[in-house]
Every structure is written in structure tokens, then in C-alpha cells.
Design a protein around this ligand. Structure first.
Ligand code: ATP
Ligand code: MG
Length: 420
């Protein structure tokens, strides 16, 4: 009896030459974390594939959908694993054809591949052998070599034969943990979760930082950000979310600075705090969801005026994307529904009626010196709050903030009163 397994295909990792083994190991470890709830028996590398076996095979179908979300995965097949016995793999081919039947498929071909040449039949002979069995079982279907409706794959690998008819497309990219760590500025809006996901797909561990309007407004946006992190958990790239209560600082800025430059001041402080978090986290870059010209703060002049407070590189993966493209991606990721719930955050607080869209740097510098920005940044970093998630096996918290928080909590717990 054939066993149901998942066969994971990856391609981009294959291009990485000497790094290949470590990329594969990372992908295996990420898959283990992603499939923790799926009765997995074993996940192992196997001749250019990753094989997932289950103690409860009925979970294999659901596992396919989960695996497709893991960066580094090109395709996933729900396959039959059999002995190297023609009766077993021909029966599995019939079964695979039955499963793929829907939609009135009329043509097929068999595509055999051998990773080991110690099997007595070559691929042409296997194709013929399995093809004959299928023609007998499905007399209404015919073999077609070019562009058939269905390809039945028969893979001879290390003493076993894998048979599968279909594969589901994975998200592609590189395994999380192979491209370092970045701090992502995450609002509860549509764009920034998409930007973070794009970096995870390129293999980066993301450390989101959210600025909330607390205490001036409710903490709703903080919960939305936590929901966004849950929703993005499939990518396995987020281990911790930082929250910065920013309302009081915004009030101080609003009092001290010309109203048209407030937004730029808020953003300069946000970037500077994000950079400090990046230094604490040993992250190599800051990521935002900005897209050129989308709103007032995203004109070239304003981006320059904000950029100059940090020295780490700032990545803006959506800079050239249209809103509609971003929305479509957010819908596919399931973040759109969360991002479109209204929540006041720091973006809605103390907003000027007419924000500057083409900031002049000398005026920006004057406004910047109207409040003690260094003290403000220190204060915000001292009062960071964070919450931890189990989604990212490669995330290591910074030494100064090892303590795990399962709910959003300040960086340091108050020392417990000495016991009497
Ligand atoms: P988004 O949909 O991501 O909120 P947006 O179109 O609303 O973007 P802005 O509000 O100008 O645009 O924000 C631009 C970027 O600045 C965001 O994508 C995000 O990276 C960062 N940002 C904005 N607000 C916050 C916040 N409250 N906390 C953390 N980062 C933020
Ligand atoms: Mg926003």
C-alpha cells in the first residue's frame, strides 16, 4: 500500500553553489516549524527534494497548503511513496490519475525520472510500463507527448518510487534565515505587511516595529498588528513585534513645530527609533511600505527629509508598485481584511490640515531643533514594549531583551517586591 507524502521542490536554492547545503538545512528547519501541528513523522533532504512523511497520513493534503506558504518552496506535490515494485507504483499511478480526474482530462503522458541508475529499468521502459497500465485502466484517455492535459510523474529515488500527478505552486524565494535580519516599520495599514512579507520571501527575518497613538488613542492598532503577524505566520519570518507608544511624543512635536512639518518630524523620530531597535537586534536594514507619491509623506523630497536621520540602508520594496497591485497581494496574503479595519494609530493623530509635500531641508532642520529629539528618541527606546511569537525558528532575541513576553509588555518588568 502506497504511503501519502509531500514532496517539496525548490529551485532557487539550487543556484546557490556552495551554500546549497546550508540553505537546504534552513528550509528543512523552517518546514519543521511550519508543520508542527501536522503529525509529521520526518522531514528530510532527498536528492534535490525535501520529503515530508506523516504519522497520520490524512494530514498530508492540508500540509500541502501550509508548505506552499513557506519561502524557498517552489512547488509541492501530494505524492504516493511506494516500493521499487512495478505493481505498487503502477497502482499508485492509477490512483493518482483517479485523483486528478476532475475537469474531463482526456490526454496524459508518463514522465519517469531516476536519481539512481541502479534500478534495472530506464526511464523509457518505466514510461512504457506505467503508460500501458494507465491505458488499460482508463481506455477513454489517450497518450499525448506534447501538451497533455496531465503528466503522471514517476520518480525513482533511493530505493523508493514517488508518483504524483499535480503540484501546487509555492511562494518561491529563499528560506527565511538565509538573508539576515531587518527591522520593518509596520503600521496596521495595507502596505507595510506586504512589504514585510516580501522581505521574508527573500529570506530575511523581520522584526516589525509599530508606533501606536497610545495613550492619546486606544490600543486597537496594536492588536491589529498582532493579528497581521498571525496572518503572516505562514512565511515563518517574525519572532517578535515591538510596539512604541508614540502619542505623547506626537503631542509634544505638534506643540513645538510648524504644523505643515509635523508629519516629517514624526517620521524622522520613527525612523531614528527603528534604527536604534535595528542596532539592538543586530538587524542590517530598515524596511517600509512606502510607494512613491502615494501620500503626502511619500514624495521624493519628503523621503529625503526623513531618510537623513538614519545611516542603515532603508528598503522600500513597494516603491514602484501601484496601490491596486499592493491590494491584490494583501488580499492573497489575507492581510487586507485586517488592514482595512479602522483603527486610530499615530498616523491619524495630530495630523495637520495641510502637510508639506515638498519639504525644504533647511526648514526641516530648523523644526527638528525645536524639540529635544535626542532625549525623545532615548525615552522611546527605553520604553519599548514587545510580544513574542513562535513562528520564526531562526529568530534570536537580543541579549538585553531575552525575557519572553506572550502578551504585549514593557521591555523591563518592574522588579518584584522582595519577599517578606
Ligand atoms: P501603510 O498602508 O503601510 O500604513 P500608508 O500608505 O498608509 O502605508 P504612510 O502612512 O505614509 O503610508 O506610511 C508609510 C510607511 O511608514 C508604512 O508603510 C510603514 O512602513 C511606515 N509607518 C507608517 N505608520 C506607521 C506606524 N504607525 N508604525 C510603524 N510604521 C509606520
Ligand atoms: Mg499608514
Amino acid at each position: 500500500m502506497a504511503q501519502r507524502v509531500c514532496l517539496v521542490h525548490y529551485h532557487e536554492i539550487g543556484l546557490k553553489g556552495n551554500n546549497r547545503a546550508s540553505f537546504e538545512r534552513q528550509l528543512v528547519s523552517n518546514l519543521k516549524a511550519a508543520l508542527a501541528a501536522f503529525s509529521v513523522e520526518e522531514i528530510k533532504r532527498l536528492s534535490g527534494y525535501i520529503l515530508v512523511t506523516f504519522t497520520d497520513e490524512s494530514r498530508a493534503g492540508d500540509a500541502v497548503r501550509r508548505i506552499c506558504q513557506v519561502p524557498g518552496v517552489a512547488r509541492v506535490s501530494l505524492a504516493f511513496k511506494c516500493e521499487r515494485d512495478p505493481r505498487a507504483y503502477c497502482a499508485a499511478a492509477v490512483e493518482a490519475m483517479h485523483e486528478a480526474e476532475s475537469g474531463g482530462l482526456t490526454t496524459f503522458k508518463v514522465h519517469a525520472k531516476r536519481s539512481n541508475t541502479d534500478y534495472e529499468l530506464d526511464t523509457i521502459a518505466i514510461n512504457r510500463q506505467v503508460g500501458e497500465v494507465l491505458c488499460e485502466a482508463f481506455p477513454e484517455k489517450r497518450v499525448q507527448m506534447h501538451h497533455p492535459d496531465l503528466v503522471i510523474n514517476v520518480l525513482v529515488v533511493q530505493g523508493s518510487v514517488f508518483v504524483f500527478a499535480r503540484h501546487d505552486a509555492g511562494v518561491g524565494g529563499l528560506p527565511v534565515g538565509t538573508a539576515g535580519k531587518v527591522v520593518t516599520l509596520m503600521s496596521s495599514g495595507i502596505d507595510s505587511p506586504v512589504a514585510a512579507w516580501q522581505l521574508m520571501r527573500r529570506g530575511a527575518i523581520c522584526v516589525p516595529v509599530h508606533f501606536s497613538g497610545r495613550p492619546q488613542v486606544a490600543d486597537t492598532s496594536e492588536y491589529l498588528c498582532q493579528d497581521l503577524v498571525h496572518q503572516l505566520s505562514g512565511a515563518g519570518g517574525i519572532g517578535r513585534l515591538y510596539v512604541v507608544p508614540f502619542g505623547e511624543c506626537q503631542r509634544q512635536i505638534a506643540l513645538a513645530c510648524p504644523s505643515s512639518l509635523r508629519v516629517i518630524m514624526y517620521r524622522r523620530v520613527m525612523y531614528a527609533v527603528a534604527e536604534r531597535v535595528a542596532r539592538i537586534e543586530k538587524a542590517g536594514a530598515i524596511v517600509t511600505g512606502e510607494s512613491l507619491g502615494q501620500v503626502a509623506s511619500q514624495t521624493l523630497e519628503n523621503i529625503i527629509a526623513t531618510n537623513e536621520v538614519v545611516s542603515l540602508p532603508i528598503f522600500r520594496p513597494l516603491i514602484g508598485s501601484d496601490k491596486q497591485e499592493i491590494i491584490e497581494r494583501a488580499q492573497a496574503l489575507g492581510t487586507f481584511e485586517i488592514s482595512t479595519q479602522t483603527a486610530p494609530d499615530c498616523c491619524t493623530l495630530f495630523m495637520p490640515r495641510r502637510p508639506e509635500t515638498h519639504a525644504k531641508l533647511d526648514l526641516v532642520h530648523e523644526a527638528w531643533d525645536l524639540f529635544d529629539h535626542d532625549a525623545m528618541i532615548d525615552e522611546l527606546v527605553d520604553h519599548l514594549e514587545y510580544v513574542d511569537f513562535d513562528y520564526c525558528p531562526g529568530y534570536r532575541p537580543p541579549r538585553s531583551m531575552r525575557e519572553r513576553h506572550d502578551v504585549l509588555a514593557p521591555r523591563f518588568h518592574k522588579a518584584r517586591p522582595a519577599e517578606a
